[in-house]
Design a protein around this ligand. Sequence first.
Ligand code: NAD
Length: 537
Amino acid sequence: MISRRALSSLRRAPLARGLSSRASTILHALDIHSETELEGVYDGDWTGSGEILESVCPTTGEVLARVKSATPAEVERALERSREAYKVLRTVPAPKRGEILRQIREALSAKRDDLGALISLEMGKIRTEGEGEVQEFVDIADYGVGLSRMMNGRVVSSERPGHSILEVPNPLGVVAVLSAFNFPVAVYGWNLALSLAAGNATLWKPAPSTPLCSIAVTKIVSSVLEKNGVPGAAAGLVTGGKAVGEAVVGSSDVDMVSFTGSEAVGREVGKVVQGRFGKVLLELGGNNAAVVMPDADLNMAVPAVFFGAVGTAGQRCTSTRRLYLQSSIVQKFLSRLEGLYQSVRPGDPLDRSTLLGPLHTRAAVNIYHDAVDHLLKTGAEILTGGAPYKDLPAPLNGGNFVMPTIAIPQEVNVKDRVWSTETFAPVLTVGVFDELEQAIEWNNGVPQGLSSSLWTRDIRNVGKWIGPAGSDAGIVNVNVGTSGAEIGAAFGGNKSTGWGRESGGDAWKQYVRWSACTLNFSDEAPLAQGVQFSNTA
Ligand code: NAD
């Protein structure tokens, strides 16, 4: 048996081989030194002595770092420290919290390129998308700065003389953010900006395969907090897998759980939080359709569908997975789309000319294979793709590259798994319709309801699409693809996507506790609705 001491010295052991210069340049620019194991817990201090997480580059298979995740005791301590930080933060005036957010925005912006490169390195999305993700964090921090002066309550007219009713937003407490691998920075940003502006402490449990992104961001954010005399645990971090996630979600010390991830896990998380009457915000899977009418401008629609289905190698919650084409434009549309598919080459996402990066994990490659097998078994025609890339040059031969795929199933049966499940890979299925009403029925016929997009120049189609008999998704676009969104509107989906809303719009209202305060300025104490409760009546 190995002694504890031997085990802990093993854990401190350096990585067996040096890092590639491709990786080490990026990590060093962000002050991450992965020659030895990294601490993956931040509660005001850096710690971590739990199970080791490996960060593996999806492009090359290189192990980038080993990270010591949180033990149950470390999760508990992080939660205690988050609570203490909340007690400090809730007394800081909201505009002052906004000023701290402004400084976080500046610090992130200064590291935009380096962080963007780290996202490409660790998650696998292409450079422009990695940088775009950091930009989203910068944008929502800007939004949070403004919000910090606008999180207004209301004064409501009272039916009783000399009375006034206030609706008052107060800080909520500790907000836990559980995030998915595919947006390893922006999803946390959406939550942190609103949560901090609202006066809460935030504890982040990132995906276990992207610990480096979370460590880099936490270092940047915590240095700003500490400079402002706010405990670092106001933005704490617990890395780990399912067990750490379960511990956070199940804890009654967490006032709100903001969960982004798959429908399967979200369903369990929702039940656990509901079971203890906590607040929960769910941002789950999407299965998004683009509908193209005969009057659409194909110069816009074809590239948008291409980006929606192939961008991020099909690993966005808003990726285009279903394409419904009106029968008169099928051939024209598909031949142009196929041309774009065939022009795309896999490459290193760090290279600015690359449009197609890898899938994030080997497991995702298996999911891709499984989806293609099922399509073939059910008689679908594979128009293009359908296999992993072979014979890629080193070091890409160690990566998870698969061909973007267009498939035409034999029929549109929205109950079949071909249409009704989210395959988190670049697989696009195509169906043909005659009338818009049919396409809307198919669009709405699946369990998920995240994003949707209609391509048309006819205002009558637009009216149908965005109206009561139109798309039932949370995002209903016209001449804009399904993939990607700005921070200004509330972001989220309906049905099995979870009904949650993050980012802009009224999303901030979930990060506070609301109090209805009736104030009596009079010398009488009348009851509401004229109720009398006196034995002299
Ligand atoms: P996932 O559900 O596997 O994991 C999400 C998070 O949950 C991770 O941090 C994971 O460690 C944690 N987790 C796993 N089991 C848990 C448990 N039992 N209790 C608590 N936490 C647990 O998702 P993923 O594979 O990382 O991400 C892909 C999914 O996320 C896709 O379905 C995608 O559509 C979805 N997503 C949705 C949005 C949105 O805004 N709607 C955004 C991004 C991703």
